[in-house]
Design a protein around this ligand. Structure first.
Ligand SMILES: Cc1ncc(COP(=O)(O)O)c(CNc2co[nH]c2=O)c1O
Length: 399
């Protein structure tokens, strides 16, 4: 049996999405900007995909949805263009974000700091969530943008976006949320929650890789990151990736049409897996279940290196991760676990398991059995998990 539990890294493309995309590779393949019928033939499908994204986010017609190549591009676009529009020529020079954002936010902020932009990296609490009062206390009259992720890719923990958005609106500060791990997993209603910009990525909700989008409220001015054509109303140049745009539209529709029922099914499987693993001694899960995306577990197993556990799981045909794939190649401690106060040893023991609507009950059963055996094996050879075993004479010895 093969079990894929790394859906926060990327997901399988839903076969129904592949079916929707197929005609636009070799049949309706014209450039949508061409005036002939080969180009205009794809326009209805592009319009439908845009409508599917608007519907999924409950966005207003006054807002813009601009397709990008990925959420990394969307995040770079907002941060770099806010500097172009509000910092270089204006009185503002400050960005507020958190210590636990995705590298596409943190690395871009560090790049902007090299250009003189002031960035505040807010701490998170022991649940990995940023406190509303903390955000409020660091906004000044020089703050150009607040950028805070809707849900963590590492822990699944959900930030108080509605409250933060209300504060930003009240203070007249632009607010961006990287919602990559929220869209398609939990309800995102932009009539109910105020954000000026929102990033999303199709391959996180069973759409194709290489396509994302940026939501822009009320057509807010935002200098393009990519120049060189009138695509997407001059917002983002580059020939439209029609198959992937169609795929993103179909994927977001499938992911959100029954989102509450789907989330409940995934959560039940996640909780059963989590409960079983927590029966093991010296284990703990980051964050409470009520304020977490339904598919994610970041669990610490004392005495078991995360990479060693990944290797054992992989040998058992189970795919998981120690955190963001963007950082998985190195053997560094999990930054989020360090941020919530875990010591360095503990921060090396994090394993992230992320389910999807395609995860089956038998896959959960198999994972529970393998996980428990793996922990026993790995702890038996772990120097940091010394066991105290009674000897025949009753003396106790370290081993
Ligand atoms: C919160 C968040 N923002 C941005 C990105 C980048 O999205 P992309 O550019 O469309 O790929 C990711 C991908 N996160 C992960 C990729 O691999 N493991 C992860 O947790 C993410 O989780």
């Amino acid at each position: 049996m093969q079990v894929y539990l790394d859906n926060n890294a990327t997901t399988m493309v839903d076969p129904l999405v592949v079916e929707a995309m197929t005609p636009f590779f070799s049949e309706l393949y014209g450039n949508p900007n061409s005036l002939h019928k080969f180009g205009t033939a794809s326009h209805p499908a592009i319009s439908k995909a845009i409508d599917q994204v608007y519907t999924a986010l409950n966005a207003s017609d006054a807002d813009d949805i601009v397709f990008t190549s990925c959420a990394t591009e969307s995040n770079n676009w907002v941060l770099q263009s806010i500097v172009t529009d509000l910092v270089r020529h204006g009185e503002k020079n400050h960005i507020v974000t958190t210590e636990v954002e995705h590298p596409s936010i943190l690395s871009t902020c560090r790049f902007l700091e090299e250009q003189g932009v002031k960035v505040t990296y807010l701490p998170v609490n022991d649940q990995g969530v940023v406190e509303v009062s903390t955000v409020k206390s660091f906004i000044t009259d020089k703050t150009a943008l607040v950028s805070i992720m809707w849900a963590s890719n590492e822990t699944g923990m959900i930030n108080p976006i509605k409250e933060i958005g209300a504060i930003c609106k009240e203070k007249g500060v632009l607010f961006h949320s990287d919602a990559v791990q929220a869209v398609g997993k939990i309800p995102v209603d932009l009539e109910d929650v105020h954000v000026d910009f929102l990033s999303m990525s199709a391959h996180k909700f069973h759409g194709p890789k290489g396509i994302g989008a940026l939501y822009i409220k009320n057509s807010q001015k935002l200098t393009p990151l990519l120049h060189g054509g009138e695509h997407m109303g001059g917002r983002r140049s580059g020939t439209l990736n029609v198959p992937s745009i169609v795929g993103m539209g179909k994927a977001i529709e499938l992911a959100t049409v029954n989102i509450k029922e789907t989330a409940a099914k995934i959560r039940a499987q996640r909780d059963r897996l989590e409960d079983a693993i927590l029966e093991l001694s010296d284990t703990f899960v980051v964050g409470d279940r009520e304020n977490r995306t339904p598919n994610t577990i970041l669990i610490s197993i004392k005495g078991v290196e995360g990479e060693g556990m990944l290797w054992d799981l992989n040998n058992g045909q189970i795919g998981a991760s120690t955190g963001s794939a963007c950082a998985s190649e190195d053997l560094e401690a999990n930054t989020v676990m360090l941020a919530i106060g875990a010591d360095n040893e503990l921060a090396h023991t994090g394993i992230r398991l992320s389910l999807s609507r395609f995860t089956t009950d038998s896959e959960i059963d198999y994972t529970i059995a393998h996980f428990k055996n793996a922990v026993g094996r790995l702890r038996a050879i772990s120097s940091s998990f010394a066991k105290v075993q009674p000897t025949p004479g009753g003396e106790v010895q370290e081993c």
